[in-house]
Design a protein around this ligand. Structure first.
Ligand SMILES: *[C@@H]1O[C@H](CO)[C@@H](O)[C@H](O)[C@H]1NC(C)=O
Ligand SMILES: *[C@@H]1O[C@H](CO)[C@@H](O)[C@H](O)[C@H]1NC(C)=O
Ligand SMILES: *[C@@H]1O[C@H](CO)[C@@H](O)[C@H](O)[C@H]1NC(C)=O
Length: 557
């Protein structure tokens, strides 16, 4: 009897022309509209949304285990990085997940397109009315008050109950990024010729490549075996050849002023030399101009990124599938962790883990708002930045001055609310928390991943821009500087027949003595003095600034 009943039910289901409504369960929600945005109205029913479905990757645990295995110096498999396709394969969804999600889409007459090398991201185009029904959502128009830019988001959505464990997230829904991501040069000041002439050595005044080479012992001779550095660029920013040539003629008289980079265009990115960007110029001038002899790619990510997170998702897939010779990636953009849905952050962070497993070092600027976030803002609780909270990126903070180097007061640092303290830094973080005692108690997450990991100079960097010279400040200066150091270390390692550094963090924390410890300064914000730099790791300057010779020794060369 029971068997017959079941059979009848399933035949009945198959015979329906419309799918039975699936039972839905709330999947992601935000309790409030993020600060700076306001709700305008429900979105028009027939507006077509381009949504991305992030499928659960079947082997994240194994990915992370492999990442640690190939990146921890004491491990037998240290340096045995996987190929990019092997590393990406950990992110693939199971065939059950793929079938379950596709079956749901088919019932709704939707066809998905795979948009990541591992197949864990699918793209669909769907009218608002149908998306609202499928996800029990109210897709609405929101305005970013400062810019007037509108976007369609949902404050909450549900997914079919039986897709739990298969479908990790639907995006963009609850992620609200600022339409313009932080452009980090804090204070661009025009520098007169006489000020340049008076520049002191050792980065005690304005900073140029020569003083960084001197301060950190960075080689000035050309790399012999270097792989390219990838500089990522957003916000319609491109570097200028003439500004580069001015910069090199002034500050790297020992190399050809015609030294250049390769631009690659993604998501409609372009290259408009008549409209260069200060951030793009800075990032390229302090890679081309500091990592001597190292080729540089500039990825121009355009406005068709549509990935709801500046283009970071598209960038990581592009590096994995299209830039097979690059092993160091630096990004001077970011935002606040709370703006990004946990689901999206977690998918992106897993993707950074796959880059690390393939031997690629991923560096990000930590942010320019001290403890108040990526940019200075009013706050009560401290604001961790994105994506520095991901343990698989190396977050770079800023210092200033030379005798001794001290924390730059804007250097973002703190503790993630999403990722727990990873094993490579538990001892460093617990020492710092003991030192801190009850200071700032309740304002930050004592169990979070601490950042930044390292730092470099970040104030008064001289750049060529629109035919003259400026100084700029920010952790934007620091990430390309540290990336250049890593590329030059990789060059020496490859020349010695050794493998690249790959994911840096376990190696850095095991060799903290190879960094110059920065023990003074702080990063104020939220009406506090923020955190204070001290002996050992701190959430202002990380482990410290690079000492090239000591890092080389630590790497076994
Ligand atoms: C899918 O298409 C079929 C045939 O055109 C139609 O009968 C059905 O109602 C559609 N289903 C949905 C959910 O739009
Ligand atoms: C990147 O590589 C993929 C796979 O090889 C290719 O389909 C795609 O067109 C490439 N993208 C760009 C922007 O070149
Ligand atoms: C603190 O961080 C942990 C991860 O380590 C997280 O699970 C928890 O939700 C965070 N607490 C708050 C208040 O955000």
């Amino acid at each position: 009897m029971i068997a017959t009943g079941l059979l009848l039910t399933s035949l009945f289901t198959l015979g329906l022309s419309k799918p039975v409504a699936r039972s839905l369960r709330l999947h992601e929600a935000r309790s409030t509209i993020p600060t700076g945005f306001s709700h305008v109205r429900s979105a028009d029913a027939d507006t077509v949304l381009n949504l991305r479905l992030g499928l659960v990757s079947s082997n994240v645990d194994q990915l992370v285990e492999t990442l640690y295995d190939v990146s921890t110096p004491s491990s037998q498999n240290y340096g045995q990085h996987l190929s990019r396709s092997e590393a990406a394969a950990f992110l693939s969804p199971s065939s059950e997940s793929l079938e379950a999600v596709n079956a749901w889409l088919n019932e709704n007459n939707l066809t998905a397109q795979s948009i990541s090398p591992a197949g864990d991201w699918l793209a669909i185009s769907v009218p608002v009315s149908q998306a609202n029904e499928m996800l029990d959502a109210d897709f609405s128009v929101f305005t970013h008050e400062a810019t007037g830019v509108q976007s369609i988001r949902a404050l909450q959505y549900s997914i079919p109950t039986d897709l739990a464990g298969h479908l990790q997230l639907v995006h963009p829904t609850t992620t609200f990024t600022q339409p313009t991501s932080p452009k980090l040069p804090l204070n661009a000041k025009r520098v007169s010729a006489s000020a340049m002439e008076k520049r002191q050595s050792s980065c005690s005044g304005n900073v140029d490549p020569a003083c960084l080479q001197e301060l950190y012992g960075i080689p000035t001779t050309a790399a012999a075996n270097a792989d390219p550095i990838v500089v990522t660029g957003y916000d319609d920013q491109y570097p200028s050849n003439t500004d580069m040539s001015d910069f090199l003629s002034q500050y790297r008289t020992d190399i050809a002023s015609s030294t250049t980079w390769t631009i690659v265009e993604l998501d409609g990115g372009s290259d408009d030399p008549s409209d260069p960007g200060d951030e793009a110029n800075l990032d390229v001038q302090y890679t081309v101009g500091l990592a001597t002899g190292v080729p540089v790619y500039f990825i121009s990510v355009g406005e068709n990124a549509n990935d709801g997170v500046f283009g970071f998702l598209d960038t990581v897939n592009y590096v994995l599938s299209n830039l097979s010779d690059a092993y160091v990636v630096t990004t001077s953009y970011g935002s606040n962790e709370a703006d990004i849905s946990t689901g999206v952050f977690s998918k992106l962070c897993d993707a950074y883990a796959s880059l690390g497993t393939a031997g690629i070092s991923v560096l990000f600027a930590s942010g320019d708002g001290g403890v108040s976030g990526s940019q200075s803002s009013s706050c009560t609780d401290f604001v961790p930045t994105f994506p520095s909270g991901c343990p698989y990126v190396t977050s770079v903070g800023a210092t200033t001055g030379t005798s001794p180097e001290t924390a730059a007061d804007f250097s973002s640092g703190g503790f993630s609310n999403v990722y727990a303290t990873p094993s490579f830094q538990t001892s460093a973080v617990s020492s710092y928390l003991s030192y801190l005692g009850s200071t700032n108690s309740g304002l930050y997450n004592t169990s979070g991943r601490g950042f930044p990991d390292v730092s470099t100079q970040g104030e008064n960097f001289l750049i060529g821009y629109e035919g003259s010279f400026y100084t700029v400040s920010g952790t934007s200066c620091s990430s390309p500087t540290f990336a250049s150091v890593v590329a030059l270390l990789n060059d020496k390692l490859l020349s010695a027949g050794k493998s690249r550094l790959g994911w840096l963090n376990p190696w850095l924390y095991e060799n903290s003595g190879a960094l110059n410890d920065v023990t003074s300064g702080d990063n104020p914000g939220c009406s506090t003095n923020g955190f204070t730099a001290t002996t050992g790791w701190d959430p202002v300057t990380g482990l410290g600034t690079p000492n090239f010779a000591a890092l080389l020794t630590a790497a076994g060369v």
